[in-house]
Design a protein around this ligand. Structure first.
Ligand code: SF4
Length: 372
């Protein structure tokens, strides 16, 4: 017999059918019950603090060609840039002084030795420059620079980065193939997630919601994928069309489904919180691109991380994976004040001067130690 939403929420574990039912409901009372349950799980497992990661998009040069991405190699309309080491270290210093505790270094995907050694060098410099009484181990550094070799991942980790975000984008090999060129494989992405874990990183992944051809069953499988690979951090966002990409043809259809996609993206956050419990979940900037209060809505559905912009304003317009990206003109200090105000408006507090590691990682470490 089919279970009701309250019956599913009363259980301790979630089977695939349960996850599908949670994602599919259109009943407003059920939707609110799911959101409330997710918030309770968040408070019980992670507390109410919101962790801040200053985001520095240090280069938009990319050797890959993902069909949905505005800075893909094939987009000749993008002005390419790479910040200097000094510019990146200055941005890191701002993050430390602003009390962020952690930062994310993000760029397009390159695997050449020049790029790998540049990232290694920058990470070392940031760690050295940001040690203080409040941050005795320097800023926490999350890298998001795509698929790399196992050796490169080890070099980044040894340099001092300790978290890594690599979105799978979809756990369906069929959908993955439809949004990437054939030389970018699902298997290679999966292998990289395993390499990252072997290198010692706290590993984050995530998906896009609202992809053409994506079903609610696909999304349920995404949530179960996060659990199966034992991810520590999740970053998900709605699919938003960039018109200078091969997926521009979906623009009209996506615009017509905007409200539905936003609701599904928020529901995915809530259901991921219910299933994965003690992981860190980001309230993605893309939510705000769809709806001005989107990031607040993400926090109300179980997210506990936000990434205030710390990229120098002069290059921000040149780093647009999707169109309508917010926070393009404000300086880093304005972004800080705006985001902290948004967090406080929800009765939550931004955590200052803390790395804000996911509780899931600590539990994973304890479990591994007990097995030895
Ligand atoms: S999503 Fe990442 S790897 Fe793919 S084209 Fe964009 S920047 Fe490059």
């Amino acid at each position: 017999m089919t279970k009701t939403i309250p019956e599913i929420l009363a259980g301790e574990t979630f089977a695939r059918d349960d996850v599908i039912a949670l994602l599919s409901t259109t009943d407003p009372a059920d939707a609110e019950a799911i959101r409330t349950a997710a918030h309770r799980v968040l408070v019980d497992n992670c507390g109410t603090s919101v962790f801040l990661r200053g985001l520095v998009e240090f280069s938009n040069r990319c050797a890959s060609d993902c069909h949905y991405c505005g800075i893909r190699k094939g987009n000749a309309g993008v002005k390419r840039y790479c910040l200097t080491k000094d510019e990146i270290v200055d941005a890191a210093r701002f993050c430390a002084e602003a009390g962020y505790g952690s930062m994310v270094l993000q760029s397009g995907e390159r695997r050449d030795e020049r790029f790998v050694s540049f990232v290694e060098d920058v990470v070392c410099a940031i760690k050295k420059e940001t040690v203080s009484n409040t941050l005795p181990r320097g800023l926490g550094i999350t890298l998001s620079v795509g698929e790399q070799t196992p050796e490169a991942y080890k070099r980044f980790f040894n340099a001092g980065a300790h978290r890594y975000l690599l979105r799978i984008e979809t756990s369906s090999p069929r959908l993955f193939a439809s949004i990437h060129p054939s030389r970018q494989s699902f298997e290679a992405r999966l292998a990289c997630l395993a390499f990252l874990k072997d290198a010692g990183f706290q590993v984050g992944t995530g998906v896009m919601i609202g992809l053409p051809g994506q079903t609610v069953q696909d999304l349920a499988d995404d949530v179960l994928f996060f659990r199966a690979i034992d991810a520590d951090m999740i970053g998900m966002g709605p699919f938003i069309v960039h018109r200078q990409t091969p997926m521009a043809r979906h623009d009209e259809a996506m615009a017509a489904r905007k409200k539905e996609t936003l609701e599904l993206a928020l529901r995915m956050i809530a259901v991921t919180r219910l299933v994965c419990r003690d992981v860190n979940i980001a309230s993605a900037t893309a939510l705000q691109a769809m709806e001005p209060l989107g990031r607040e809505m993400g926090l109300l559905h179980g997210a506990n991380v936000v990434m205030p912009q710390a990229t120098p304003a002069r290059v921000r317009r040149d780093y647009q994976l999707y169109e309508g990206k917010p926070c393009l003109d404000e300086n880093a200090q304005e972004c800080r004040e705006c985001l902290c105000g948004r967090i406080r408006s929800l009765g939550r507090e931004p955590a200052t001067g803390q790395w804000g590691d996911p509780k899931h990682f600590d539990a994973r470490q304890r479990h591994a130690a007990a097995q030895q």
